[in-house]
Design a protein around this ligand. Sequence first.
Ligand code: SF4
Length: 735
Amino acid sequence: MPASVPNWSVSDVFEPDGTEQLPPELVEQSAPEPEPVSAGAGAPPGPSTPSTAERTERAERAEPADLDTLLSVAVEAVSGTPREGQTAMAKAVDNAIESGEHLAVQAGTGTGKSLAYLVPAIRHAVAANTTVVVSTATIALQRQLVERDLPRLATALSEALGRRPTFAILKGRRNYLCLNRVHGNAPEEPEEAALFDPAAISALERDVRRLREWSSETETGDRDELVPGVSERAWRQMSVTANECLGAHRCPVGADCFAEHARNEAGRADIVVTNHALLAIDALDDKPVLPEHDMVVVDEAHDLVDRVTSAAGGELSGSAVKQAAKRCGRAVDEEIADRLNEAGEGLEFVLGESAPGRLEELPRELSSALSGVRDAAAACVTALGTEQREDAETGSVRKLALAPTQEVHDTAMRLLDGFDAPEGERHDVVWLSAENGRAPALKVAPLGVGGLLRQRLFEQRTTVLTSATLALGGSFDTLAGQWGLPPQRAARPAADTATAAEPPSDASEPSWVGLDVGSPFDYQRSGILYVARHLPSPGRDGLPESYLDELAELVTAAGGRTLGLFSSMRAARQACDELRERLSTPVLCQGEDSTGLLVDSFAKDPATSLFGTLSLWQGVDVPGESLQLVVMDRIPFPRPDDPLASARQKAISANGGNGFITVAGTHAALLLAQGAGRLLRSASDRGVVAVLDPRLATARYGSFLHASLPPFWSTHDPEVVRGALRRLDSATTDR
Ligand code: SF4
């Protein structure tokens, strides 16, 4: 709860006089006008638009204009109105580039943060003749940057920069169609499961045929451009990983290769847009996959640790070993490949007999099965040999066998070595996973990625990290610690640093500062945070009846318009089934159609509600009257049996830290903030974030979580919140 009660009552926003009408000035209120940019005290100096003569002169000299000028031109062309937070962020990014000091910027929804980092990044790339990498967590943001923001900025800034800036998108090789496979130079290999299912075979053949046809139409070969898409199985038939690729110089169609074209384009571009996984692979691998660059902007930085953890993790199952053996069978002595197949069967058997969960020690049977896999894979790798004079087909067969076999070998070795050190000194966490009916697999992931990020990212190049949610519990330090950065210290003003503040860290540690540029939204006047303190704490056996009653009353008061964010699919389905019985308004449930189509239906009809789980917490952007209530059933802590979270928690506690807050609290705070962020997507949006879990108000950690949320007006009173929702519903319905 905020320390001080706001100086208005909830009726000031939602219903001042019982007339069931919202005050027009609040309903109609346009975006809280951003302060005009001025050079007044505490405000960044205002940009001024250069004259045509000035621009022409610069263009002739091919010298980029200063940041203020570029920003002014960009804002005029793209959004029309300067925003205080956007200007402050652009200046901080520019200062980071100049000073080399890393910057973490929290920029709330509506700041226009992509423009705020792209303008100084483009200016730097053009001025220094270098490349800036922009990394995102989601395809949606990648698309927004490449299809909307960058083309508009490139056009707007060309004259003031002296030339048109260039940009490119770069993904992992697996995302591009492999022409060598399309042309049949490498064997196709329907998976075993598909071989016995005629329907699956014909669907696979259909998809593969479609990919072959598409290969002559597409200019990029980028999987995301194929609409509708094809099955994962079919895509795997027509693409390769980096390790499976023959290499452009040996590949008979290397000159036309889509992945190589994308790499070449990226090598020439000022701005390269990529994803966190490729950024992590670039950092992990000794062979660079990204073009030479001296600066990185990490957008959606709240997801960086998870994405890097995934990229740095590994997985081994009996079927993966047998699949590698099958590929080896085409390239090496049958006996050697059979040995790997038998080792795979041995591993499959042992894993099938083992209980899922984290492995703190390696059982003897498993150790022996893994040693068998490691040795058999090593024999295959030796038999496959090194690059030889061979035709494309033989080379492809060898490469397609070598890549997975090497991976099987390296993962088996990593799993075995992971248990060598005493428990408190291990770097990896190993667990047996048996999810959703899939065959059991051993998984391994690093206990932390801070050391990796620090050494391979922050010590190499200037990095700007940004998101709407970075300051958890009001501080950047929690996430900074996970990124491998030292705690932020109090700073004195100085002119030459990212936020005009003296670098707070000592010379041996990466220097960084955090900056919160806020949001142009007026959260206190536009939204209510309601915590149902009167409800019982959530249990393990589904949603209690009292939660369903509360939910039904809230959705009824809101007239639908509800996004229900649940901590499990089971809870989402339970709520959906129950509310369909009780309500006259439609309720959609994630999984009943593609998420994109469900969100479209939800956005089109204000009476419709949409319930779901994790991907909805971050992926829904529905401004306007279709979304006026966000309900979260419980604080989204990781499951207590989550092996990685519990191992990380334990390791931090063993070192004297607060493992629960650092790991589970951070996870929950990030998701809560992301979920609450679904409510206000434009300055005229109004509504309620309702958290049914009373622990947000009653538990000791509640204040940390609360401080991570946007500063809504808060209440625990169900009557107040239902009244506000009813008035908002009737006001929007009457309009
Ligand atoms: S260079 Fe590699 S990815 Fe490109 S077509 Fe050849 S094998 Fe496929």
